[in-house]
Design a protein. Sequence first.
Length: 79
Amino acid sequence: MIPRANRDRAGEDEKRRAMYKREASDRAAMLHRLGNSADRAERRLRENLDWEFEIGTGGRPKGLSDADLAKLVKAAFKR
């Protein structure tokens, strides 16, 4: 049996974006627990995302701009 190649993909982009934001938030919290400064954590997240979404991947997903990462780090370091 051949699986359907054209399955309905509505909502998958939003789920993927939410997953990436949740992962970045979790990483920021982990870096905070490990004693990193907020600046160091933000730089590290930015560098990790730049590496993960390098040439040929279409760039970072929406919601993970440098400004968005700064907000995630700020929220993680408030805890």
